[in-house]
Design a protein around this ligand. Structure first.
Ligand code: THU
Length: 136
């Protein structure tokens, strides 16, 4: 599966996305890009707010883009800073990505290609709720 992903192309899309970041406060642009399970490529950038805690991470805009462009599950993901260097998604965003991940989703991280289960082990998620309700 790693071989099938155009990581260089996805990196380029993430770099381009970072140029659309709205970061007047941190001056720390973040760009993300992902491949969806139907082959679509989507992207996002961080959007800050004068009320700092309301900042939207780049992953938030990616998830919005996912649903606004037809939904589906994420199979591969890249996150970069304003220098184009790999950036580890924050904890909250790992949870966000997990919710929308395909089984075995891959992420290009600061320590190489990792699976979603490696970056958020034993995650709380939709299946936890389904199991509690006896739905699985
Ligand atoms: N940021 C992201 O967009 N994604 C992450 O996973 C880490 C942090 C943004 C939020 C804020 O605009 C800036 O980076 C500095 O924290």
């Amino acid at each position: 599966m790693t071989d099938a992903v155009d990581w260089a192309g996805l990196h380029d899309v993430a770099v381009e996305a970072s140029k659309h970041a709205y970061v007047p406060y941190s001056k720390f642009p973040v760009g993300v890009a992902a491949v969806v399970d139907d082959g679509r490529v989507i992207s996002g950038a961080n959007v800050e707010n004068a009320s700092y805690g309301l900042t939207l991470c780049a992953e938030c805009s990616l998830v919005s883009a996912l649903h606004m462009s037809g939904g589906g599950k994420l199979v591969a993901f890249v996150c970069v800073d304003g220098n184009g260097d790999a950036l580890m998604p924050c904890g909250r965003c790992r949870q966000l990505l997990f919710e929308h991940s395909a089984e075995g989703m891959l992420l290009a991280t600061v320590s190489g290609i990792r699976t979603i289960d490696e970056v958020i082990p034993d995650a709380f998620g939709p299946r936890t709720l389904a199991a509690y309700r006896g739905e699985d």
